[in-house]
Design a protein. Sequence first.
Length: 106
Amino acid sequence: MAVIHVHGADLMMYSRVETQLAPLGHRVQRARPGLEGDVPDVCICDVERIAPEQAVADLRPAKLLGFGSHEQPEALRAARRAGFDRVVARSAIAGGVAALVDDLMI
């Protein structure tokens, strides 16, 4: 399956992502400064906690899935403008990240 890096997410969100994806065979790793991991196929990023343009520059060729609060629409728009493959509300990640990752892997 895919190697998934999670950037900028709090521990609770990371746990939700891992709980949904690990049983499907994906290898989920929490990306933190100074920690090396496997080369990712998909990076899931909290666009309110990272710089979208820098993420695109640093994380390509991985597919980029951004999420953030629907109450912070400018952060979501900034990620779209920066070139993220998909940007969704936080609730979409919490409940349906497996389908989002599957769509990106096609």
